[in-house]
Write a protein that binds this ligand. Structure first.
Ligand code: ZN
Length: 195
């Protein structure tokens, strides 16, 4: 069963989710929620899905960057984004620490802002402390595309969307992006769009 992904404008996307208790994390309801979120993320397809995006104000997100997605990129693109396969995992009650604040800029999209993409600066490296689906503490050090995914998903749990952080002048429809900017270096795109 697929869950409905809510779109920008829904208040749940703008509220901070609440932490889950250890008992809740291990409950059948949350176990089922995680299964359905995984299925929904894969179907979309996406590399992350936060509970707020399916209308649940909880600090829980699923993340997975599948080999099939990464292999679909050119080697140049893969290297530029420093994108590699990330196995499926769950982050619950995450706490994000910026390790390297150097801004890294790429086009980014969101399953709750369908049809649009924009250039979003993100910190180069982050550390995340969270709980997994069994309620066990996990500690993540991430850079490259994975660091971007984590920042995007944890933003969702704080009630933030990429549109709060994007260069507003870079906002493109997917059609415009594919036709005009796909594969071009970001500084070139920024120059052309007057950023
Ligand atoms: Zn999103």
């Amino acid at each position: 069963m697929l869950l409905k992904i809510v779109q920008a404008g829904e208040p749940v996307l703008r509220r901070r989710g609440r932490d889950l208790t250890p008992d809740e994390i291990r409950s059948p309801g949350v176990t089922m929620l995680i299964d359905l979120m995984r299925e929904t993320m894969r179907d979309a397809p996406g590399v992350g899905l936060a509970a707020t995006q399916i209308g649940e104000g909880l600090r829980l997100a699923v993340i997975e960057d599948r080999a099939a997605y990464v292999d679909g990129l050119s080697e140049e693109d893969r290297e530029r984004r420093r994108r590699r396969e990330i196995p499926f995992h769950v982050i619950i009650n995450p706490r994000l620490t910026i390790v390297d604040p150097t801004p890294v800029e790429f086009f980014e999209g969101c399953l709750s802002v369908v049809g649009w993409t924009a250039i979003v600066p993100r910190a180069a490296a982050v550390h995340v402390d969270a709980l997994d689906e069994k309620g066990q503490p996990i500690s993540i050090d991430a850079d490259g595309w994975y660091a971007r995914i984590l920042q995007h998903e944890i933003d969702h749990l704080d009630g933030n969307l990429y549109i709060d952080r994007m260069h507003p002048r870079s906002l493109c429809t997917h059609e415009s992006h594919a036709r005009l900017w796909s594969g071009l270096p970001i500084p070139e795109v920024k120059k052309a769009l007057g950023i």
